[in-house]
Design a protein. Structure first.
Lengths: 251, 233
């Protein structure tokens, strides 16, 4: 038990921000940065994929469905190796581990977030789209002003849950030496050598604290959105939320 | 060098890859079995009215859902052996501890997800089923086995299948602790033959075809075992 605290005391900075002021950013800060960046960059791609999936044009629907099926059928590790190998070939120069991981997460998450947004769009009553079109909005205007604002708002809790999944997925950066939290912990383990259980316990606890906080937040948000929709007093049963937190993938 | 993935499947490389494939399938199967048995117990405990036990299950599920599977694997592989006596450590090192520990880690992690799926399936049933079963004279376990679980599992089937596929994909994480499953084997072959593209193509095709096979198999099973007359499975 005392070793646990002495390790925390000696290495808390490395675990939190890596060797930042003097060296590259790392640790938990890097994990969060990588996760936030990949969520932000995945988002537009996923919206496009979801729009293609719900567009009703056979070729677009098939293309988007195939993309999702293939990405969901292969493990993330395999995708990391593909990006690690293919992207430098395509752009003609080497990229860092950080960029590799970012690319991988964007590709991988686009499939999952596309499904969340698709569920959000399909959960809206058909009348919304018809009313928008009847008001004279064209397809794009109707989606920008009527469908997407509602659909995306309803998917916020699922999106937050997906953010938790992304945080967990960044731990795989360890495999290609991205300097995030797991890498930092294994570095510490390499220096201390004698207390692996304590170090990996700290690592698991760190992830748990961060992810659990976001999971709870998503839960609260889901409840408040549900209440809001129930209290709106429109006719008919309340519109169900897009996707339940239960079908969030994990790594 | 020409593009020829088939030649990689022969000789020494082929042996490595097929050994990796069989190890992946073994690991996925053993971990799945462990997860399923554990998940049944967890789901049943969660529904009893013992607050302490219920809290324990909630904590178990929260831990396994909020910590990356890779980290859970590392805790089991690097952390736990340091806690057991030295004799046991030596014994474990001799008997292929990677496989055993990877199986435990993946199985326990997936049990948390499975138990939530089964719980959702159980809650979909409504109290009438269990009350009717009990009033027919079945014991608690008897009603579970003959009445409740057969229906609940059918309700939970779609979620269980997608989580089973995730379990199968997660076996690739065992490469990080040095278990020679497909991903690890393909890395070996790749660094030896320098035929990166073909290697990754083979591994991807193997993973994809197994995942698709699982999906097709599960949809066949759910058709085969559906309850005649029930609206949804």
């Amino acid at each position: 038990m005392t070793e646990l605290f002495s390790i925390l005391h000696d290495y808390w900075k490395l675990l939190l921000i890596g060797s930042y002021p003097r060296g590259p950013l790392g640790g938990l800060a890097m994990t969060l940065l990588l996760s936030a960046l990949s969520l932000m960059l995945t988002f537009p791609l996923s919206v496009l994929l979801a729009l293609a999936r719900t567009s009703g044009r056979v070729s677009l629907v098939r293309l988007s469905a195939a993309w999702v099926a293939v990405i969901r059928g292969i493990p993330l590790v395999m995708l990391i190796f593909w990006v690690y190998f293919l992207v430098p070939l395509l752009i003609g120069r080497n990229i860092s581990g950080f960029a590799t991981m970012l690319c991988t997460l964007i590709i991988y998450e686009s499939a999952y977030i596309c499904e969340i947004i698709r569920a959000g769009i399909q959960a809206l009553p058909q009348g919304q789209h018809e009313a928008g079109r009847a008001l004279g909005l064209n397809y794009i205007q109707c989606h920008l002003r009527v469908i997407l604002p509602q659909a995306l708002f309803n998917t916020l809790p699922s999106m937050l849950n997906q953010f938790v999944s992304i945080i967990k997925e960044t731990s795989l950066g360890y495999v290609i030496n991205v300097q995030e939290l797991t890498f930092a912990a294994s570095q510490v383990n390499g220096q201390v050598l004698t207390f692996p259980f304590q170090i990996f316990f700290i690592l698991a606890a760190g992830y748990f604290l961060v992810c659990y906080a976001f999971t709870r937040l998503a839960h609260l948000l889901e409840r408040s959105i549900q209440r809001k929709r129930l209290g709106q007093g429109h006719e008919g049963p309340p519109v169900p939320l897009a996707a339940s937190p239960a079908d969030v993938p994990q790594v | 060098m020409s593009f020829d993935p088939v030649s990689l499947l022969q000789g020494q490389y082929g042996q490595l890859i097929f050994h990796g494939l069989s190890l992946t399938i073994e690991l996925a199967f053993c971990a799945w079995l462990l997860a399923m048995v554990l998940a049944m117990f967890l789901a049943i405990i969660r529904l009893t009215d013992r607050p302490l036990l219920r809290r324990l299950v909630i904590a178990y599920v929260a831990y396994h859902r909020n910590v990356p599977t890779l980290v859970q694997l590392m805790v089991w592989y690097f952390g736990i052996p340091a806690l057991v006596p030295e004799q046991t450590q030596i014994w474990m090192a001799r008997y292929n501890s990677e496989f055993l520990l990877a199986m435990i880690a993946l199985g326990m992690c997936q049990a948390a997800y499975f138990s939530e799926d089964i719980r959702a399936g159980l809650r979909a049933l409504g109290p009438g089923q269990s009350e009717a079963a009990r009033s027919l004279g079945l014991t608690y376990l008897g009603s579970m086995r003959h009445v409740i679980l057969p229906q609940a599992l059918r309700h939970a089937a779609p979620a269980l299948v997608s989580n089973s596929i995730l379990l199968f994909k997660n076996t690739s994480l065992a490469m990080a602790i040095g278990l020679a499953e497909i991903t690890y084997a393909i890395r070996e072959v790749e660094s030896d033959s320098f035929r990166t593209f073909e290697c990754y193509l083979i591994a991807t095709a193997l993973y994809l075809s197994c995942s698709l096979l699982l999906m097709a198999g599960s949809s066949w099973i759910s058709r085969r075992y559906r309850i005649i007359g029930a609206g949804r499975i």
